[in-house]
Design a protein. Structure first.
Length: 291
């Protein structure tokens, strides 16, 4: 494993052996008020945490011993069609909607999307087009961030958000997700992001953002010290959303019932080529550097 002492501020792409950008250490904007905004985001999460009675499912999320709540548009997990992520009560939905409406979270979302579009423009376009199509199909779908290509987000409420090694298998396999670390902890002694498949341990300071293909790369965190706090804010899109749009706003099963033999054959051909097509969206670093 290689330790990378990232400063958390500079933008640094991670390239594969074919010069493709597979992830990016996004850093943070240059604005002088960013530290204050990120401190506010952590404080807002802490205060909201105290007002929520978490369900067993939220407390046992499979990634670590901390409560997590997802918000936004999703598909899968027993849903018959894409819809708004259900909350445990109307009061919790109101709390979460209010939390995400603060400027600190709007700024976080905007920054992550700018980096996503800059370093993976084709993948970003794929996400944006999918979400736009879904919202035209069902205008009642709730977008908490109007400028975002990500359909969903998860707030990890900590206060000790340290993930076990995992992949986010419900996300698009070749897609990216955005992770922002928040809280008060010493990044030299804990909170590092581990990308196991790449052999990287990355210093990950609070207030900084990293984008990775979370369904592809096994990732986790180094524990933080006692009496420190770490939260995180994650943005992503479920793979099922893309299949629903591809199927003409149908489930896989409903598509097969109504499809002609030619449509079924084309769908199978596309399925077999999907990984190659998805990876083909990855930008080459040399191309991004061209004027």
């Amino acid at each position: 494993m290689t330790l990378y002492n990232w400063d958390g501020e500079s933008c640094c792409p991670i390239l594969d052996n074919q010069d493709r950008v597979v992830a990016v250490l996004a850093g943070r904007p240059q604005g002088s008020n960013w530290k204050g905004l990120m401190s506010e985001a952590a404080n807002k999460i802490a205060r909201t945490r105290d007002q929520i009675h978490f369900t067993d499912k939220q407390l046992n999320n499979g990634r670590g011993k901390f409560p997590a709540i997802s918000v936004g548009v999703s598909y899968g997990g027993g849903r018959k069609e894409p819809g708004n992520v259900a909350q445990s009560s109307a009061a919790v939905l109101t709390l979460l909607t209010g939390l995400l409406a603060y400027q600190c979270f709007l700024s976080l979302s905007d920054f992550a999307n700018v980096i996503f579009q800059a370093y993976a423009p084709q993948t970003y376009g794929h996400y944006w087009d999918c979400l736009q199509s879904l919202c035209k199909w069902n205008p009642r779908l709730r977008r908490h961030f109007k400028k975002s290509a990500f359909a969903s987000c998860t707030i990890n409420f900590g206060p000790f958000t340290v993930c076990r090694p995992h992949t986010d298998r419900h996300n698009l396999s070749f897609g990216w997700c955005s992770i922002t670390a928040l809280g008060t902890f010493n990044p030299d002694k804990g909170g590092h992001l581990i990308l196991w498949d790449l052999g990287l341990i990355i210093r990950f300071p609070p207030g900084s953002t990293i984008l990775i293909p979370s369904a592809l790369l096994t990732h986790s965190n180094v524990p933080i010290q006692e009496n420190e706090t770490r939260y995180s804010f994650v943005q992503y899109s479920a793979a099922g959303l893309f299949r629903w749009v591809y199927n003409g706003f149908k489930s896989d099963a409903d598509f097969e019932v109504t499809a002609t033999p030619a449509q079924s054959a084309k769908r199978e051909e596309d399925r077999q080529n999907r990984w190659k097509s998805g990876v083909g969206m990855f930008s080459r670093w040399s191309d991004l550097q061209k004027p």
